[in-house]
Design a binder for this molecule. Structure first.
Ligand SMILES: Cc1cc2nc3c(=O)[nH]c(=O)nc-3n(C[C@H](O)[C@H](O)[C@H](O)COP(=O)(O)OP(=O)(O)OC[C@H]3O[C@@H](n4cnc5c(N)ncnc54)[C@H](O)[C@@H]3O)c2cc1C
Length: 429
């Protein structure tokens, strides 16, 4: 029999935002047998779905939309979780513990989890509703882009981050002529060392993408048939479909207006290790939350699938009064140009990198791991088509011990053995 946990009062747990973190927290509470009613409300009309496939399989049409839902519909139909779609919370009274909805209704909550995610960062000259202009944040956005692509050949992608690259890759996979423009001098400048950015750029070009790096928008003219984008280097690209992928703005208006503490540097709702905000019984998780991360050693707001799930599990454990799940090594993945890229940790310009394996090229599949360390301590690892190898490194990332990273380049030895040796050497030290 499932254990049953009840809060001090009978008022429901209200989860605001039915995305990755909200849906995961609701299911976690339900799974641990928390008997207080759980209301999961979201502005969107779709049941909670995974966003990563939107720029990948959903766009290329290899994934059916039915396969991206986070939970089976039965979880809501059985009323284990009261899912209220098309329900937007417009204000919170954290003293009286009331949430007010756009339809005029209100709910008194016992606990409230804010998992409001974020919105695509807009370029004012390329408004969301302009003809041919697309942003990709929601399933509705992905559907609109997919249908626009059905009738057009040329696509301009603005932004050489993970999202822009994935959209470019998907569009090219489906045979479109794609130009990708990035204002920084290299791709993924804040996430990858220069050598990897260069590889990725070569890979994108091999894949048939026209790359324009280090160019900024000068002006835009929008016509019924699409946009003409003029760049400061004097060039112009005209395309019937323009996809803007220049980052995310955390959705914290509700929290800000309710007086919750917001981190001034990253714009997220400040939460402690238990995902508790500055207001009583209000928690936050996912893209909208800013938390001290033990791996990074500073407060960060992470925009990743893993982080949304992890913080959701922590928030659920806190609400139910249970022990916190263990810390995880920050992990992110992306699929682009036929490469599966998986990352632990974060890029810093001061890291020293070594390469294990062979770089995938246009002539061969290849797989490799780039290991970035500071004084022998692993801080960053990027696996290309080598997710299994990345996982072998997990104990070193967790323990942050110093090792001879050059030893990992020895392909004669399985990585698992080399990691065991490094752990043993450290224990004997
Ligand atoms: C196209 C795309 C591709 C991605 N690919 C990857 C990837 O490959 N790897 C990876 O690690 N991560 C990826 N991510 C990031 C990952 O999907 C997000 O980090 C994750 O979805 C964040 O979850 P969340 O619950 O915080 O926010 P979301 O999933 O965005 O959910 C927030 C929800 O809250 C709702 N909401 C907001 N305000 C209110 C309100 N006041 N009342 C009610 N509802 C409200 C919103 O409508 C939204 O539905 C991708 C994201 C996108 C958009």
């Amino acid at each position: 029999m499932k254990p049953s946990f009840t809060s001090n009062n009978s008022h429901p747990v209200l989860i605001v935002g039915a995305g990755q973190a909200g849906a995961t927290a609701a299911a976690a509470l339900q799974k641990i047998g928390y008997s207080t009613p759980i209301i999961l409300c979201g502005s969107e009309l779709n049941a909670p779905y995974e966003r990563p496939p939107l720029s990948k399989g959903v766009l290329t049409n290899v994934l059916s939309e039915g396969s991206i839902f986070i939970h089976p519909a039965s979880l809501y139909e059985d009323h284990a979780i009261d899912l209220r779609l098309g329900h937007t919370v417009i204000s919170l009274d954290t003293e009286k513990k009331f949430a007010y909805f756009s339809d005029g209704s209100a709910i008194e909550y016992g606990s409230c989890l804010l998992s409001t995610g974020g919105n695509a960062r807009l370029i004012p000259e390329l408004p969301k509703d302009a003809p041919g202009v697309h942003y990709v944040r929601t399933l509705q956005d992905a559907r609109a882009l997919r249908s626009a692509l059905e009738n057009q050949t040329q696509v301009l992608v603005i932004g050489g981050g993970f999202l822009g690259l994935e959209v470019a890759s998907s569009a090219r996979t489906n045979g479109h002529e794609v130009t990708l423009v990035e204002s920084a001098p290299r791709l993924l400048q804040r996430a990858l060392p220069a050598v990897l950015s260069d590889w990725l750029a070569e890979r994108a070009i091999d894949f048939g993408i026209k790359l324009k790096l280090g160019v900024e928008i000068e002006s835009v003219s929008i016509q019924a048939e699409g946009a003409q984008v003029h760049f400061k280097d004097g060039t112009m690209v005209s395309a019937p479909v323009v996809v803007v992928a220049v980052g995310l703005v955390p959705d914290v208006e509700l929290a800000r207006n309710a007086g919750l503490q917001i981190n001034p540097d990253n714009g997220g709702i400040s939460i402690d290790a238990r995902c508790t905000s500055s207001a009583p019984d209000v928690y936050a998780a996912g893209d909208c939350a800013s938390q001290l991360n033990t791996f990074f050693g500073r407060e960060v707001r992470l925009e990743s699938w893993q982080n949304a799930n992890t913080q959701a599990q922590i928030a659920a454990a806190t609400i139910a009064g249970l022990a916190l799940p263990k810390n995880v090594v920050p992990w992110f993945w992306s699929d682009q140009f036929g490469w599966n890229i998986q990352i632990y940790g974060e890029y810093e310009a001061s890291l020293e990198y070594v390469l294990r394996g062979a770089r995938p090229s246009s002539t061969g599949p290849g797989k490799c791991v780039f290991l970035g360390s500071k004084m022998g301590v692993l801080r960053h690892a990027i696996a290309i088509n080598a997710g299994g190898e990345l996982r072998q490194l997990q104990p070193l990332f967790e323990r942050q011990i110093s090792c001879v990273t050059a030893a990992f380049t020895n392909q004669e030895q399985p990585l698992r053995r080399l990691v065991e040796e490094a752990l043993r050497a450290n224990a004997e030290h």
